[in-house]
Design a protein. Structure first.
Length: 465
């Protein structure tokens, strides 16, 4: 499915040039600043985005003397010029925030892979690659996105280096990985680093939604809660939780040594169960969370109260506050699970909508990979990869603004139907009310239907109800 991409007419090119000029202060010299505008245009045009050369042949050079060879302006810009991509991303986020920021916004943590042909690209490894559905050479990256009722756009992205890379000094040197990036760091701490960076800029939001499996790590969920964030974190079916509240008692003190500080589960307290096992007897209800291009999107859900059970034999989860467990059963009977620290009064519908906030991120990835060159980029260097990704984000940000402005232009007031043979008085609308005035209120007892109140599904409940 191809997303909205405006034609590069003269007016669009001018708006793109103005958009690129906003970032000129972030580049050390005038030539890289001009190269930035040319690079954005190359990403936007149809054609191969794997290498610099074919991209360079498609651009329209500016009239300010950027150079006769666009490839010379683009190749050093992405792979050699020492401009700070973090400063560019900060300005990019500040540029888009006034358009899309909303108190109902949600931060989405995700990771993605980029298929590569060779084995020398920075961070490349050979796991399963979702883009190809099989084993392939794929570097991985952790990313943060913003989704609100006004739109969505990516916020930040960092490349993940597996252990095999961190132990190979030759590969690190060959691809230009800076010393600060050679520290062993898993994906979840990387995600926390992005969260600490972006919300500090004042972007409003109601919580964090993570990919399936991220919420399995109890320390990660705890870190989100300590930052004052509500979360809906995907977990695996094997994640253990308590259905009834567990009872904890102090461990027995040994004859020697200090008093024990850990807890243990009381003998009469039931042990935890895997989420998949716990969900089998739970009643599910169908919930529709949005309307898509193929109709209403719905599935069967349950929203129950549980207590975390990770490392329960060591008493690591004692005492812990209860969490919400969101259970989803899809059309093929497969079930997905998510843990959340949303308030207990949160309705099932609200929890489902927050969990499904990840859908626009998948759509955005599709456009950035297929239409903006995120997937096929052939660079091998650390700097080139981290320069190309912000350029793709900037291009996506431009398209997101264009999309919103185009939608505002095509919005027209809905026409009211007129019964056959009915006459409309001059200066009145189709319902016979004076134009420019609200319709008069119906007289009490006239038989008109009152608007239905918003239907809320049941709030958080216990499994034993």
């Amino acid at each position: 499915m191809k997303t909205f991409t405006p034609e590069l007419e003269a007016a669009t090119l001018q708006r793109l040039a103005d958009y690129a000029a906003h970032f000129a202060p972030d580049f050390p010299q005038a030539k890289p600043a001009r190269g930035s505008a040319v690079y954005l245009q190359g990403l936007r045009r149809e054609g191969e985005r794997t290498r610099i050369e074919p991209m360079a042949r498609r651009v329209t050079l500016p009239r300010d003397g950027t150079g006769k060879d666009p490839e010379q302006a683009r190749q050093p810009f992405v792979s050699q010029s020492p401009w700070d991509e973090q400063q560019v991303l900060r300005r990019y986020r500040a540029r888009l925030a006034p358009t899309f920021a909303d108190p109902a916004g949600v931060l989405v943590i995700d990771d993605t892979r980029f298929p590569k042909q060779g084995q020398h690209a920075v961070g490349v490894q050979r796991p399963s690659c979702g883009a190809r559905g099989k084993k392939a050479n794929c570097p991985a990256a952790v990313s943060l996105h913003y989704v609100s009722p006004k739109g969505h756009y990516p916020l930040a992205l960092r490349l993940y280096l597996p252990e095999s890379w961190l132990q190979d000094a030759h590969r690190l040197e060959a691809t230009g990985v800076p010393p600060a990036a050679r520290q062993p760091l898993t994906k979840l701490p990387m995600a926390l680093g992005l969260l600490d960076e972006v919300p500090a800029e004042g972007l409003p939001g109601q919580g964090v939604v993570t990919d399936a499996g991220d919420g399995t790590a109890g320390p990660f969920r705890q870190a989100l809660a300590e930052r004052g964030l509500f979360y809906v974190a995907g977990v695996k079916a094997e994640t253990v939780v308590f259905a009834p509240p567990p009872t904890w008692v102090p461990r027995a003190r040994q004859r020697r040594g200090p008093a024990p500080t850990r807890w243990q589960l009381a003998p009469d307290s039931p042990p935890p169960l895997p989420s998949g096992e716990l969900a089998k007897p739970v009643r599910l209800r169908r919930v529709t969370w949005r309307k898509g291009t193929k109709g209403k999107r719905s599935a069967r859900f349950a929203w129950v109260r549980v207590w975390p059970g990770q490392d329960w034999r060591e008493g690591q989860c004692a005492p812990a506050e209860p969490l919400g467990l969101l259970i989803e059963e899809q059309a093929d009977r497969k079930r997905k699970f998510a843990l959340s620290n949303l308030p207990p009064e949160t309705s099932r519908l609200r929890a489902v909508r927050l969990c499904k906030s990840r859908w626009p991120v998948e759509q955005g990835y599709q456009q950035r990979k297929e239409e903006l060159g995120l997937d096929p980029f052939a660079g091998r260097w650390w700097r080139g990869c981290h320069h190309h990704a912000p350029m793709g984000m900037r291009a996506y940000g431009f398209l997101a603004r264009e999309r919103q402005q185009a939608a505002a232009r095509v919005q027209k007031p809905r026409k009211q139907k007129v019964a056959p043979g009915a006459k409309v008085a001059p200066g009145a609308d189709a319902a016979g009310h004076p134009s420019g005035l609200a319709a008069p209120a119906a007289a009490e007892g006239a038989g008109s239907l009152s608007p239905l109140p918003e239907v809320h599904t049941d709030a958080l409940t216990t499994v034993t109800e």
